[in-house]
Design a protein. Structure first.
Length: 153
């Protein structure tokens, strides 16, 4: 087992609060000193209360799943003798009502475009198998209720 932590920090400052017009912008602080600006999604809370330049939790969930999948994909590709030159995923998440009637991330679609080099290159079956193994190994995919679709480019 391992523990993973993040600190989330928000401050009202001199904004009023009762009128619901306060900023939702906040900071995500990670080990090593990385700070990411976070905010509510503009689809949930309109600008300017949401910071359009910040990462919202929904985007972060999609990115976490995509990143986890990619890291396992790269590891499995290397173990199988393939050389990956680049990996780019235009992942999306769909927020909707789930079977319980709750608003949740219902579908996350990964669209990885992978470029290989070298003599050994996976055929379509081997590429599909790499993505399947990566999905099965991904901690984030195992942790969420959303359907995960993988549509390689």
């Amino acid at each position: 087992m391992s523990e993973h932590a993040a600190t989330i920090a928000w401050s009202r400052g001199d904004q009023t609060f009762a009128d619901n017009l306060y900023s939702r912008a906040h900071d995500w602080l990670f080990d090593g000193g990385t700070v990411v600006r976070g905010s509510s999604a503009p689809s949930s809370v309109a600008a300017p209360m949401s910071d359009l330049t910040a990462v919202d939790p929904e985007e972060a969930l999609v990115a976490a799943l995509s990143s986890c999948h990619m890291l396992f994909f790269l590891a499995f590709a290397r173990k199988d003798g393939f050389v990956v030159d680049s990996y780019r995923d235009a992942a999306t998440g769909l927020l909707g009502r789930d079977e319980r009637g709750k608003t949740s991330m219902t579908v996350i679609t990964l669209r990885p475009a992978v470029v290989f080099s070298g003599e050994a290159r996976p055929d379509s079956a081997a590429l599909e198998a790499l993505h399947h193994r990566a999905h099965e190994a991904c901690y984030i995919a195992s942790s969420i209720r959303a359907e995960v679709r993988i549509e390689p480019a």
